[in-house]
Design a protein around this ligand. Structure first.
Ligand SMILES: [Zn+2]
Ligand SMILES: [Zn+2]
Ligand SMILES: [Zn+2]
Length: 213
């Protein structure tokens, strides 16, 4: 079985060599990556674990263990008898606890925004390298050849540039996803490209999303 499938794979590979040289970063980010990063940032060994007293709504005291360093709640209500020196037991630090608690979601939001921004920057870096590559030059030449050197926007001016109609297969485009175009027509397509990237590309990158939340 092994040999057969390898032989088959070999035949297919020979027939149609893989062109996938340009691997763009995925636009999907696993939320577990972010959670792991947040957990790393917020890590506390809770080396100090101390009983703290708080009041129930009826005014009766109750005790539970808190980490005085990070504020984490480390136990549920303790039996009174298990707490030594109840008279001198320090107060439960609700503010620290809330900060720890709310800090978790704030840290997650922060890490999430950073992960999205990083992924977009990585994607653009690969795209910039691609546009500067011989591979892209070769793709451009084929598109110009198809268009007989004439702009496919106006069929009048000589084509000078190549425009992406979609980024779905960027790095390994089907040639009908690209058009040969003259500068004025290209300007009409990208009237507000202040970032240097087309709005279509920016929209493509808006698809960067976190999954598994
Ligand atoms: Zn702690
Ligand atoms: Zn034109
Ligand atoms: Zn364009």
């Amino acid at each position: 079985m092994e040999t057969t499938s390898h032989a088959l794979l070999g035949a297919i590979t020979q027939q149609r060599p893989m062109r996938r040289k340009w691997l763009f970063p995925s636009l999907k980010i696993d939320s577990r990556e972010i959670s792991t990063e947040v957990a790393r940032q917020r890590h506390c060994d809770h080396l100090r674990q101390e009983p703290r007293v708080a009041l129930q709504s009826d005014g009766k005291p109750f005790y539970r263990i808190q980490c005085p360093d990070c504020g984490e709640k480390l136990s549920n209500q303790l039996p009174h008898s298990s707490v030594p020196n109840r008279e001198t037991c320090p107060q439960w630090n609700e503010e620290l606890y809330q900060r720890r608690f709310l800090g978790g979601s704030a840290a997650f939001e922060q890490s999430r925004a950073a992960a999205v921004a990083n992924r977009k920057a990585e994607w653009r870096a690969v795209y910039d390298r691609y546009l500067a590559s011989a591979d892209w030059q070769s793709v451009r030449q084929r598109v110009f050849k198809r268009a007989h050197g004439t702009c496919e926007g106006c069929l009048e001016a000589p084509a000078r540039e190549v425009h992406h109609r979609t980024y779905a297969h960027v790095g390994d485009e089907l040639l009908f996803e690209l058009v040969a175009i003259c500068r004025p027509c290209h300007d009409r397509l990208h009237p507000n490209s202040s970032t240097g990237y087309s709005e279509l590309l920016e929209r493509h990158l808006q698809d960067v999303h976190i999954y598994g939340c």
